[in-house]
Design a protein around this ligand. Structure first.
Ligand code: 4AD
Ligand code: MG
Length: 484
């Protein structure tokens, strides 16, 4: 059998020495023609392999270059060097894959994140990115565990849809029609999508929520976890054109239940990562600390990464209404001194990310759940609040804002009353006949229900402290970029 290797993480954790082991991995460094630092991605810690002088061919030693893939067998011995308990005294070294040292773009030195983004196919082999993606994995696993343990059904919603769940119109079209002007046309010159693959106009999904609601009307508790797509032309550190979203939908939950679920969920997955990926998070905390040192004092965060995560897990999120938030913002010195780009002057305006960050980072200094937004700035499916002041119709919406990130969750209680839902759809020019299946749930056993969507990459950013969302997804998709 070829693969009788032991993972480096396991080997480094071994208490005793003096046994034979085989490791495989990629050479990080080779120094003094004798010491190989080998990494296999199971941990950021390398195993030191000692190739005793005179024991191996010069020709072989020359091939031990940064990036080369090797198999090494030898005796695990107590290490004399500092920083590791054990090392491997090699008896056999086999080169599995050479790596031309002149051409390999990753050198054993610090590279900028921007440079590494251009070689995303190789950046997994750096300490930063292997830590980030192990944490991403741990969070994904914890998400499934959280919902599974609560009896939720994991629902796979379609990637290709004919509806625009958010009504925001920022969709990627899916078509097999020719793009060279020869697509079949209607009499009025518009494209005849009846001739297209699905017999209608389709796009990549922006959210699985509407389909999720259908299933919640049978299983009570469901969640989705899949890719979603938005063609918004936002070149920011918080937006991707392809991102993963987790969308639980729960029958019989109201807005408060929804907030409780979201808060418990976020705390659970962070706690899981802190327990299972301690080493990676400590590494990332260190990285962030170094990065922060480059910033002016007032832009540095008050807490280090680990302290921040502990703080979030241990403290209640601040809950307040949109109306209360507008008051705080309007009265803030920031607003009075015109430090906001968009001044907060009247009720009804949408909050910009500068306002969200002010509330979270300057005012409350903790995660915030904002509720009861004006209906005008939210999606059609949100439940209309009763007994609103005239001219101030609100909906049972909730956004969770996280320090350093801004909006991480968007959700609401859903409008289950068909008359109110239909009226709102009409006002927002959403064709009822296209959503007949969605409306059916309001006709056959409707019930109060609520749900939310958590942007997975924003969560990964929050937990890893990475400043740019493009660095927490393996192969980011954003305007003018679909490499790899
Ligand atoms: O607030 P959004 O648009 O809500 C929905 O899609 C609802 N259907 C969710 C629901 O109630 N089931 O998006 C939800 C979250 C945001 O809070 C944000 O974290 C993330 O998805 N998100 C993005 N993340 C990365 N890039 C983008 N372009 C994103 N747009 C939204
Ligand atoms: Mg939102």
């Amino acid at each position: 059998m070829f693969n009788k290797r032991i993972k480096i993480k396991e080997l480094l954790a071994s208490e005793e020495a003096n046994y034979e082991a085989t490791v495989m991995g990629w050479v990080r460094t080779f120094r003094n023609n004798q010491f190989i630092a080998l990494n296999d991605g199971s941990t950021n810690n390398n195993i030191q392999i000692v190739a005793e002088l005179g024991k191996f061919d010069e020709a072989l030693l020359k091939r031990l270059t940064t990036g080369a893939c090797i198999k090494a067998t030898g005796e695990v011995i107590a290490s004399l060097g500092k920083g590791q308990k054990v090392e491997l005294k090699a008896t056999e070294i086999e080169i599995l894959g050479d790596s031309d040292a002149e051409k390999f773009p990753l050198q054993p030195k610090k590279h900028s994140l921007e440079f590494l983004r251009e070689i995303a196919h190789l950046r997994f082999r750096t300490n930063t990115f292997s830590a980030v993606f192990r944490v991403r994995h741990a969070l994904a696993f914890a998400i499934h565990k959280f919902f599974n343990d609560k009896g939720f059904v994991y629902l796979h919603t379609p990637i290709i849809t004919a509806s625009d769940a958010e009504g925001a119109g920022e969709m990627f079209k899916v078509t097999t029609l020719p793009l060279d002007g020869n697509a079949p046309k209607n009499d009025d010159g518009s494209i005849n999508f009846a001739a297209d693959f699905f017999g209608r106009s389709t796009n990549l999904t922006v959210s699985g929520q509407l389909e999720g609601e259908l299933a919640a009307m049978a299983f009570s508790d469901i969640y989705t976890f899949g890719p979603t797509f938005r063609a918004e032309n936002s070149n920011t550190t918080r937006h991707l054109a392809e991102f993963w979203m987790i969308e639980p939908e729960v029958a019989f939950n109201d807005l408060e239940d929804n907030m409780n679920l979201a808060e418990a969920f976020i705390k659970y997955v962070i706690k899981h990562a802190m327990e299972h990926n301690k080493e990676d998070l400590e590494f990332l905390a260190q990285r962030l600390e170094e990065e922060e040192k480059q910033k002016p004092q007032q832009d540095r965060s008050e807490l280090g990464l680990i302290d921040k995560l502990n703080f979030v897990v241990e403290n209640d999120f601040q809950r307040l209404t949109y109306t209360e938030a507008i008051e705080i913002l309007r009265e803030s010195n920031h607003n009075k001194k015109k430090k906001f780009q968009y001044l907060v002057d009247k009720w009804g305006v949408d909050l910009q990310s500068e306002h969200e960050r002010y509330l979270v980072e300057k005012h409350f200094k903790k995660p915030v759940i904002l509720t009861d937004y004006p209906a005008e700035i939210k999606a059609f499916y949100m439940r209309q609040n009763d007994n609103c002041e005239p001219g101030r119709q609100t909906v049972a919406a909730m956004d969770i804002l996280a320090p350093g990130i801004g909006e991480i969750v968007g959700g609401s209680q859903r409008e289950e009353r068909i008359d109110k839902l239909l009226k709102r759809m009409e006002e927002m020019h959403i064709p009822a006949e296209e959503l007949w299946w969605y409306l059916d749930t309001r006709k056959f056993g409707a019930c109060p229900h609520a749900g939310f969507g958590l942007g997975f990459e924003r969560l990964v950013q929050f937990v890893t402290g990475m400043g740019n969302i493009r660095d927490v997804i393996p192969f980011p998709r954003y305007p003018k970029s679909a490499e790899f």
